[in-house]
Design a protein around this ligand. Structure first.
Ligand code: PMP
Length: 364
């Protein structure tokens, strides 16, 4: 029995699922997680919250996840410069990972007969979520060095007239940012819903401007974020969206009732109450990212300047061979399919050292 023997949707025939390898090795630097564990004090608080939630687990959870949205709003209210203060609970949506948030967005604003325009190389799930929701994926060109100028973005939306535009800033897998000028110009030049995927924003410099700045008066602008990266909470699956409250009314039409379990809501709300502790490792991860850039450059590789918790490095003669050589030494990185490059996440100091030493051994 083959998949093609089943009466699957025609538009899914021949497609590949998301496939980052899951290999149990000592140094896992392939999916841009925060490799630090959640601190013990926060773990105890989360356990208490989970225990409380179990008291009522016979009941459906709060369909409007209000406590969680309040927790997210309180966290957002104290973010550093570059972010506006808009973003109270009424302008926040959440789901099981920002992947599900993106799916809700495309279910509501994309779908059959509609298109979403993105700028590859970008997060590999963007086209996959487009396909899964029956939305046509339109890949647009970037400028040199993975930049997207306002003129380039405006030309793309003018030519393709998409229903949705996806930016990713900082972008996975390049680490590069998208300027507010580009986002603003794209918004003005189209009638599309414009989404900025800011999964890695906490790793950017404090003066980096988030698209939150642009939210006021722009009801078609949406910003997606996640607790999977800086918050070290990938296993809990919690992503969120910041937008005009009216966007929530659209997303309510497509989400399944009670999509966020009571346990997820309780765990995330408890973690958010400790956001400072949860984010305490961000500075050291930034330092390891900058160290990766420095040392890889010194080894003769080309490194794109990264605002995220990973770096893309070029000048790799045979990425497949280097990937395997690192894996044999217990280090898992990512071959994202860009010629002569590999991507590596910034881990702890020890993990970064293990990666750099393994790479050095391969070169000998
Ligand atoms: N956006 C980007 C740019 C990502 O790299 C990722 C995870 N790799 C996600 C969204 C999804 O993260 P999650 O579903 O865990 O929130």
């Amino acid at each position: 029995m083959e998949l093609s023997d089943l009466p699957i949707r025609d538009d899914l025939r021949g497609k590949s699922p998301y496939g980052a390898p899951m290999v149990d090795v000592p140094v896992t630097l392939n999916v841009n997680e925060n490799t630090h564990r959640v601190p013990d004090a926060v773990r105890s608080s989360i356990l208490e919250a989970l225990s409380d939630a179990l008291e009522n687990i016979n009941r459906y959870p709060d369909r409007e996840f209000l406590a969680l949205r309040e927790g997210l709003a309180a966290y957002l209210a104290q973010r550093p410069t570059g972010e506006s203060t808009t973003g109270g609970p009424e302008s926040i949506w959440a789901a099981n990972g920002s992947n599900e948030v993106l799916q809700h967005v495309l279910q509501a604003f994309g779908g059959p007969g509609r298109s979403v325009l993105g700028f590859p190389p970008t997060y590999s799930m963007h086209p996959i979520i487009a396909e899964a929701t029956g939305t046509r994926w339109v890949p647009a060109q970037r400028d040199a060095d993975f930049e997207i100028s306002p003129a380039t973005a405006v030309a793309a939306v003018t030519e393709h007239q998409p229903d949705v535009v996806f930016f990713c800033s900082p972008n996975n897998p390049t680490g590069t940012g998208v300027s507010l000028e580009t986002i603003e110009a794209t918004y003005d030049a189209s009638e599309a819903m414009v989404l900025v995927d800011e999964a890695y924003i906490e790793f950017a410099p404090d003066d980096h401007l988030s698209a939150r700045r642009l939210l006021a008066g722009r009801p078609r602008l949406m910003i997606s974020r996640t607790m999977s990266k800086a918050f070290a909470f990938a296993g809990a699956r919690l992503g969120y969206l910041i937008a005009d409250p009216v966007v929530n009314d659209a997303l309510r039409l497509v989400r399944l009732p009670y999509h966020l379990s009571a346990l997820t809501q309780a765990a995330a709300t408890a973690a958010l109450a400790h956001h400072e502790t949860m984010l305490a490792t961000v500075e050291s991860i930034r330092q390891q990212r900058d160290r990766l850039a420095r040392e890889l450059t010194a080894m003769g590789y080309f490194v794109w300047p990264s605002l995220a918790n990973f770096v893309l490095f070029g000048g790799v003669v045979d990425p497949g061979e280097t990937f395997r050589g690192l894996l044999e030494q217990g280090v898992l990185v990512r071959d994202v399919g860009i010629e002569h490059t590999l991507r590596v996440s910034a881990g702890t100091a020890e993990e970064t050292s293990a990666f750099l030493e393994a790479l050095t051994r391969l070169e000998r």
